[in-house]
Design a protein. Structure first.
Length: 326
């Protein structure tokens, strides 16, 4: 009887330790985040290098990918979150894994470009000419909106479908008359082709392209306290970047991540308008224009349906979570 009581006590003690350990692991979960070569996402590197996640009490581990590969890793369950555009988030959710944008890192403010060869100075000059881009991605939406502003449509140009990393060479070799790409590929196209010029960019349509932290639904439910800490670290990063006194150190940290010089990286980061707490609050306000994440994402949804990324319109609000930024 005494032996049975002792065994029961020991079993209860072991179970208590186990349950306590499980709760601790849950409270201090490892958050796996995929990020890639875009200024608003490379900025996470500042928080990583300066130890701000550890200070905040969250174990956020960042994994470096090519952009498309990062989305695939998220869809396959290898990541809890991934950095991607609001447009691509819809595609990922519709065809793969549901999640929500809990934070907007930035909106593209010039890094997405239509770069034309020497002698082509405006969109109208592209009439009947070849422009290369990776169809179905945001650069095609940028091109559509650019053509609309000039009273044109896609039928007025000849679209050539090429992988984004092949675009600079295609322009350099004269195989096409223009390319639509994001940094660093748009910058490479400019440098590789003497006389090339930017005839349109995302700076002409601020808010068309939002760059977000997209988190799986189950991770938001299970680890909301940790994600709140991640969002707070981002706001700390944004404040740091807004202080001119930190410019030199910030460029050094970010350029090292992408293996370029601080001088070259300064041009890239200027093409993304990074967003802190107050601007996030404004962008998360419901509206139909590009100054709202909801309005911008509705436009992206229409584009995705028209290019058959998925068959029917998505409920845009189901992809947006405003609890952490508020």
């Amino acid at each position: 009887m005494e032996k049975k009581s002792f065994k029961a006590l020991m079993l209860a003690f072991i179970l208590m330790i186990f349950m306590g350990g499980t709760a601790t692991a849950r409270d201090n979960a490892i958050l796996k985040i995929g990020y890639s070569d875009w200024p608003g996402w490379v900025a996470w590197e500042i928080g990583i290098k300066k130890g701000w996640f550890k200070e905040a009490g969250v174990d956020a581990r960042f994994f470096w990918y090519d952009y498309v590969t990062s989305m695939e890793a998220f869809t396959n369950g290898k990541l809890d979150a991934v950095c991607m555009t609001n447009c691509d988030a819809l595609v990922t959710g519709a065809s793969g894994r549901p999640g929500k944008a809990i934070l907007v890192n930035d909106y593209s403010n010039g890094s997405d470009m239509i770069v034309a060869r020497n002698g082509i100075n405006c969109l109208e000059d592209l009439t009947g000419r070849k422009i290369a881009l990776e169809t179905g991605l945001l650069e095609q939406l940028l091109l559509r909106k650019a053509l609309e502003k000039s009273g044109m449509t896609e039928s007025d140009v000849s679209i050539v479908n090429l992988p984004t990393d092949k675009l600079p060479l295609a322009l350099k070799l004269g195989k096409v008359d223009a390319v639509a790409a994001w940094q660093p590929y748009s910058g490479e196209a400019l440098k590789a082709s003497p006389g090339a010029t930017v005839i349109f960019s995302s700076a002409d349509l601020p808010g068309l392209i939002y760059d977000t932290l997209f988190v799986a639904d189950e991770s938001i439910v299970n680890h909301s306290a940790e994600w709140q800490k991640v969002v707070r670290v981002w706001f700390k990063i944004a404040r740091y970047l807004q202080d001119p006194a930190n410019k030199s150190e910030a460029l050094k940290i970010m350029s090292a991540r992408v293996e370029t010089s601080p001088e070259d990286y300064e041009e890239m980061i200027n093409g993304a308008h990074l967003l802190g707490r107050e601007e996030n609050k404004k962008i998360y306000t419901r509206g139909d224009g590009l100054d709202s994440l909801y309005g911008s994402t509705k436009i992206s949804d229409q584009f995705n349906v028209s290019t058959q990324q998925y068959n029917s319109s998505q409920d845009v609000s189901s992809y947006i979570h405003d609890g952490f930024i508020k």
